[in-house]
Design a protein around this ligand. Structure first.
Ligand SMILES: [Cu+2]
Ligand SMILES: [Zn+2]
Length: 189
């Protein structure tokens, strides 16, 4: 009788261990099936360098959130007063005068103008901002007409250039807004 009970106890032990092993295997498999989605890049930082003969610098941050892109820019070294800022066609600041960035980013082929509801304007017509007596300025802008890296070429800001001008945009002169020289240039990429 004693022999049998020892045998049973041993059997029971082996069975318990086997059960535990099964459980462990199942747990590991469950963890494996959990997929962690890789977050898409929805933020772009752009350094704005001065063009030849100018001394301004700027730092722009584009962030896409819930279908809207917000833009914040901090500027230094400007002449006090109003300046235009646009997104131009090409992310290329290699020429000394900023002209390598091309004309205004205009993916839908419309007139230049002031960015407001119901008014024709280029996708890059951000507008004007004002530098203070110390030559500093900041700009905040938000729109649902841009995206960062999406498939829609009429909305995607990547691959374009950010241009700061010597003068303000008059919102009427075609196709530039008569904003004068290009004093700063940044590549959005
Ligand atoms: Cu411009
Ligand atoms: Zn324009």
């Amino acid at each position: 009788m004693k022999k049998i009970s020892i045998f049973l106890t041993a059997f029971a032990l082996v069975f318990t261990v086997a059960c535990k092993d099964n459980k462990k295997t199942e747990e590991v498999e469950e963890v494996k099936t959990v997929e962690v989605p890789k977050p898409e890049l929805k933020k772009v930082e752009v350094h704005i360098n001065s063009t030849e003969g100018n001394a301004m610098v700027g730092h722009a941050t584009f962030v896409e959130k819930e279908g809207k892109v917000s833009l914040n820019v901090m500027f230094e070294g400007l002449t006090p007063g109003e300046h235009a800022i646009h997104i131009h066609d090409v992310a290329d600041c290699s020429s000394g005068d900023g002209k390598s960035a091309g004309g205004h980013w205009n993916p839908t082929g419309v007139d230049h103008g002031q960015w407001m509801e119901g008014n024709a304007h280029h996708a890059g017509d951000i507008g004007n901002f004002t530098a203070d007596a110390d030559g500093k300025a900041s700009l905040d802008f938000e729109t649902d007409k841009w995206c960062i890296g999406c498939e829609d070429a009429t909305k995607n800001i990547l691959g374009h250039g950010l241009i700061v001008h010597a003068d303000p945009d008059d919102f009427t002169t075609q196709p530039t807004g008569n904003a004068g020289a290009r004093i700063g240039c940044g590549e959005i990429k």
